[in-house]
Design a protein around this ligand. Sequence first.
Ligand code: ADP
Ligand code: MG
Length: 259
Amino acid sequence: MIRLTLLQLQNITESYQAENGEIFALDNISFSMEKGEFLSIVGPSGCGKSTLLSIIAGLLRPTSGAVLLDGKEVAGVEPRIGYMLQKDNLLEWRTIWRNVVFGLELRRQLNSETAARAEGLLRSYGLWEFREKYPSQLSGGMRQRAALIRTLATSPEILLLDEAFSALDYQTRLTVTDDVYRILRQEGITTLMVTHDIPESISMGDRVLILTSRPARVREMMEIDFGPDRTPLTCRGDPRFSRYFDHIWKELKDDDSQK
Ligand code: ADP
Ligand code: MG
């Protein structure tokens, strides 16, 4: 199989100028991702995870280092990269359909072709019948799916998820992550997912990037291998799951005790 590098981070460093001095957030972060890969990112709270995603999205410039997409430096907001946050940010006064095409409208890309794609996504992922409903009429899980479809409607190649499921209750969260995983694999989207939930990082990732406490450095890049038929739900029963869990837990705890 030919493996194509899609995204490359080269020695990313970031520091913020705050009132009481400089906050050093990221320290020399480098890694690459192949097309279609799913990378989970875990690290202590406040270590710099959201900062890292903002830099990849082109919303924030690194103090030094570079982000390359297909070998070209990302400078400014990159339309090939979609971003999804914890809050679904659906607009309550717009129907699900009008929410789903909102990103396209903003980019002046709403036309018969892109509308057909949005319709296809809604149909494939069970929301077509709900297209005239308002967000408040949907369950938390369905809202999250609608937010994902809105992001996918603009055809990003890379998706950034920042604690995107942490507002959901545990049951919903398990179903939604299974759902989202299936959609992203099917659409072949390269994904970087920040989560504070270790089981979630293992259940979805091809690899888990473990970051140190602030300033974040790469503590370990860990391969996750459940074989080709894994789903986020089934792999939780695999004996390898608890070994991965113990390892990540220990890495994060060791980091904590070194402070
Ligand atoms: P995480 O997402 O891992 O919890 P963040 O990337 O949000 O961490 O933040 C990393 C550090 O940078 C924190 O100490 C935070 O307070 C600080 N920080 C984040 N954004 C800013 C900003 N705009 N100005 C100053 N400091 C910031
Ligand atoms: Mg964060």
